[in-house]
Write a protein that binds this ligand. Structure first.
Ligand SMILES: [Fe+2]
Length: 288
């Protein structure tokens, strides 16, 4: 089998980009004007939330008591997910990629914080499960964008298992019901209130091993780089060994016509119930 690698430039036009993504192509694009602006604004808020630390933000969490760090990051997560100014950042990002805002909707920006040694925390265990984002009630047309706030080495990012796009992975995605998940508000979805929620909530995971012969594709990246992939790809966050924390932003995007028509990447094993799409933010601004 030939080795899979990243494509480093996006095809012209959203249709070509979408069909490449649905077919499994993985994109690692450099930073753009919009992604740099987004990263600058997110880092400024992060610095403010951490108490204006004047050294490395990646080492700051270790200096705060766990609950205090979680509380501050919860407020920041909420701000990045719901803030209209960050929705505008997202619109600028997708327009740069050639999308027509009238055709798309998105699940806005989530700040991911993978703490050094965080894989030892039982409340964070679901973060490290190999998974497809489609197991969380997203359609097969789901496109995921991932943007790091810092330069990261390969062992600090995440990995893809590309051949699993067309190969079932044993999993329990049937336990996931989107409507039940958000019934009591979006606290669980965005993770801004309850540090222990991860101990009680059930998240889809694999119920068997990944084939040890399956290809694993990882990457190093620069701050503001744009990773784009089909939400149906199997992927897994790496544990952060050492003290440094990893900060990244990710978002989810769908072409509404493709979602309605059932177009997208193949569904080989997702049995999640409910749909996140009605809660997506429309691409076209509400008063635009
Ligand atoms: Fe994911």
């Amino acid at each position: 089998m030939s080795a899979v690698s990243f494509t480093t430039s996006a095809p012209a036009g959203a249709d070509a980009l979408l069909s490449a993504l649905y077919g499994g192509e993985l994109f690692h694009l450099g930073a753009s004007a919009a992604s740099r602006r987004l990263v600058d604004d997110a880092r400024a808020l992060l610095r403010e939330a951490l108490g204006d630390v004047d050294d490395d933000l990646r080492l700051a969490p270790a200096r705060l008591p766990g609950d205090e760090f979680f509380r501050r990051m919860g407020a920041l997560r909420r701000r990045l997910y719901l803030g209209e100014d960050f929705h505008e950042h997202l619109r600028a990002l997708v327009v740069e990629l050639g999308f027509d805002l009238d055709r798309v909707a998105f699940d806005p920006l989530r700040l991911r914080i993978i703490q050094g040694g965080g894989h030892h925390n039982p409340a964070a265990r679901a973060v490290y499960y190999p998974h497809r984002d489609t197991w969380y009630g997203h359609p097969q047309s789901l496109v995921v964008g991932w943007i790091p706030l810092d330069d990261l080495r390969e062992e600090e990012t995440f990995v893809f298992f590309p051949e699993y796009l067309r190969r079932p992975a044993p999993n329990d995605s049937e336990i996931f019901d989107y409507d039940a998940w958000v019934r009591h508000g979006w606290s669980l979805k965005i993770g801004w209130q309850d540090p222990e929620a991860g101990l009680r909530a059930r998240y889809p995971q694999m119920t068997g091993p990944i084939d040890p012969a399956a290809e694993v594709l990882g990457f190093a990246c620069g701050a503001g780089d744009r990773i784009l992939f089909a939400g149906a790809h199997l992927h897994q966050t790496r544990a952060q060994i050492g003290e440094r924390t990893r900060y990244s932003l990710d978002f989810r995007l769908v072409d509404l016509a493709d979602a309605a028509a059932g177009r997208g990447a193949p569904n080989v094993d997702s049995r999640a119930r409910g749909s996140a799409v009605p809660d997506y933010v429309r691409g076209a601004p509400p008063h635009g």
